[in-house]
Ligand binder design. Structure first.
Ligand SMILES: C[S@@+](CC[C@H](N)C(=O)[O-])C[C@H]1O[C@@H](n2cnc3c(N)ncnc32)[C@H](O)[C@@H]1O
Length: 297
């Protein structure tokens, strides 16, 4: 057990939930970990297989050696700077649990806004079998959610990272849609036929290379660089993807992109220049430009 979680020698060797929660919070606070209480509650509630709000009613329970060991190992990982979502091994995306580890970016709430916008696109979902590509699928949170919400769709999940694709496949299998998604390793939409898609959705890497050094350490040091780094101005993937998407979409098809908050005007003008119509920017819950959509006319 981590030294900060040790009980004084005159206390029972099987610590209670209350004692371990207190010791865990203290260890995280003293290491300067953000949201220490919340993270400690997540770790303990996982070990106890309960919701964190149920912890107070269990505070006098004694932990088994296995539970104490699991808690101790997870606390060590958080103290070493790993994101809590990787330590816990899964996270909620639009009400469903996705396996989450260092093979792919941790799904963000902004991407839930992207998926909500995509699901509202009646032009596409009213087709008999809409063909949809998720470019840079990561955990598969976008494509798996779309496949679950739109049972008639046919889906393609593309990523340059074989490890991310493997994780996306695992999530699709766990959530029961693996058969409806074709997984493919590739560079954006390279090699796809002209006019073969009804929709392209992407949360591409869009952080400018120099900005990565300014991100929180847990992101910078633990999330895949390939998922973040969008080149000198953050626009490398977007600039290549927009004309590719125009070519791969059938007339009337839609492109939906998640973008950096300072990229709205640039992406909008790029899409218009490449021939997209009805180009619109949508803000996220914090009021930042976050989603751009456009239709291939
Ligand atoms: C910002 S992450 C998005 C992950 C996931 N779609 C999400 O929203 O949480 C970008 C993803 O694009 C992938 N990627 C980066 N460059 C790529 C490229 N040139 N072609 C295909 N995928 C790429 C990364 O491996 C990563 O999984």
């Amino acid at each position: 057990m981590h030294r900060t979680l040790k009980q004084p020698s005159d206390e029972p060797s099987t610590p209670t939930v209350h004692a371990v929660l207190e010791a865990t919070v203290a260890a995280l606070v003293s290491a300067g970990v953000s949201e220490s209480c919340l993270k400690a509650e997540y770790i303990l509630s996982r070990a106890l297989k309960c919701h964190r709000l149920e912890l107070p009613s269990r505070q006098n329970r004694e932990l088994s050696a296995g539970q104490a060991g699991q808690i101790s190992a997870q606390v060590e990982r958080v103290l070493a700077g790993e994101p809590i979502q990787y330590v816990l091994g899964d996270m909620d995306f639009m009400g469903r649990s996705f396996k989450t580890d260092s093979r792919a970016l941790i799904p963000r709430p902004e991407t839930e806004t992207l998926v909500e916008n995509v699901l509202a696109c009646k032009d596409v979902w009213s087709l008999e079998v809409p063909v949809v590509a998720d470019v840079g699928t990561g955990t598969g949170c976008i494509v798996v959610t779309l496949a679950l919400e739109q049972p008639r769709g046919a889906f393609l999940a593309i990523d340059a990272s074989p490890a991310a694709l493997e994780l996306a496949r695992e999530n699709a299998a766990t959530l029961g849609v693996a058969e409806r998604i074709q997984f493919s390793q590739g560079d954006l939409l390279d090699g796809l036929r002209s006019g073969s898609l009804d929709m392209v959705v992407s949360n591409p890497p869009y952080v400018a290379t120099a900005e990565i050094e300014t991100l929180q350490a847990d992101i910078r040091e633990h999330e895949p660089r390939l998922a973040l780094d969008g080149g000198p101005d953050g626009m490398n993937a977007i600039s290549k993807l927009v004309p590719q998407a125009f070519d791969c979409l059938r007339p009337g098809g839609w492109l939906f992109l998640e973008i950096g908050e300072d990229q709205g005007a640039r992406v909008k003008s790029l899409m218009k220049k490449d021939g997209f119509g009805q180009v619109q920017i949508q803000r996220d819950l914090n009021g930042h430009d976050r989603i751009v959509r456009g239709q291939r006319l």
